[in-house]
Design a protein. Structure first.
Length: 72
């Protein structure tokens, strides 16, 4: 399992948390999604087959255009 983090500056409320969590959780291979409102960081644990680009696309689909992979 892989854990990746993404900075999403626009997340600011529980609606944001639900939107991002629901969209990313729907991806095949995602085991866990955590959104930290204080740090604006989304942590995703997933299978090796799922790439960061797919996760970024899902976050953008949830309505958050500015997404940066951390630690890349």
């Amino acid at each position: 399992m892989i854990s990746e983090q993404f900075l999403v500056p626009a997340v600011s409320c529980q609606h944001c948390v639900r939107a991002v969590t629901n969209e990313v959780s729907s991806l095949t291979g995602v085991q866990r999604v955590e959104v930290n409102l204080d740090t604006k960081v989304v942590t995703v644990e997933h299978d090796e087959d799922l790439g960061a680009a797919t996760i970024i696309a899902a976050i953008q689909e949830a309505g958050y255009d500015e997404v940066q992979r951390l630690g890349a």
